[in-house]
Design a protein. Structure first.
Length: 241
């Protein structure tokens, strides 16, 4: 019981804690804007990952929340892909997942892009991941606070469209001084979201040998629903480079 109490106290963010998380997120958005402009054929995952690290130093946030995930093409099907020597090709899917810390408080964001016009299948996957995200957020907006019910809303939708194995991770997690904090969006989670906690919402679909799509925002749970702390476009048009 004691440990749960500590988790719950940590989960609820003060104004100052929230300000640090938001500041970290705004820096991440600056970095993402800069990185997207650098994506072109022939650049490698590791080059982009190094550029992300350098950019955070330039913007005054050298301590990252975690090592950046940069994946091109088929590598986007690997949830925790480590950037390697793969080079960006036309029609590739691109996945970027990173965050930084401000006064020890973390940010976390994922965006998926297409280098060129997406194929029918790529487009379908992207639009459905986005729809799953909207469904989960609407559930929170209507006052649902049980983590498993929020996870279920997105998961049932994606499972119906594709199948259970294509969305193999939880819908999201609490975030604070560590990147994964209580509470958790998982199918069997018994967690209830307290007002004032910051959560990620990150549905994804992954197809081995083809690629994957994950989109992730950070939200603050409020009395009336939620406030999105991520201020970066995620509609399909903005995902086409």
């Amino acid at each position: 019981m004691k440990t749960k109490l500590i988790h719950e106290v940590r989960a609820v963010k003060s104004k100052k804690e929230l300000a640090n998380i938001i500041k970290a997120q705004r820096i991440s958005e600056k970095v993402l804007r800069y990185i997207v402009a650098k994506l072109r054929t022939g650049v490698s995952e590791i080059e982009i990952a190094n550029l992300i690290k350098k950019s955070f130093v330039k913007y005054g946030a050298p301590i990252l929340s975690f090592l950046p995930i940069v994946a091109f093409g088929k590598n986007t099907a690997n949830i925790h892909h480590k950037p390697g020597s793969a080079k960006l090709k036309k029609d590739d899917i691109i996945m970027l997942d990173f965050g930084c810390t401000v006064n020890h408080y973390c940010s976390d964001m994922t965006r998926t892009y297409f280098l060129g016009k997406p194929s029918k299948k790529q487009k379908k996957i992207y639009e459905n991941v986005l729809r799953a995200m909207d469904l989960a957020m609407n559930k929170i907006k209507r006052g649902e606070r049980r983590a498993k019910m929020i996870d279920k809303t997105a998961r049932n939708f994606l499972n119906k469209k594709f199948n259970a194995k294509k969305f193999p991770h939880g819908l999201g997690h609490g975030i604070g001084t560590v990147i994964h904090e209580w509470p958790n969006f998982k199918p069997k989670s018994e967690d209830v979201l307290p007002i004032g906690c910051v959560m990620t919402i990150e549905p994804g679909l992954y197809f081995k040998g083809f690629g994957g799509v994950r989109i992730e925002d950070m939200i603050l749970i409020t009395k009336k629903g939620y406030k999105n702390l991520t201020n970066f476009p995620k509609d399909l048009n903005s995902a086409i480079l």
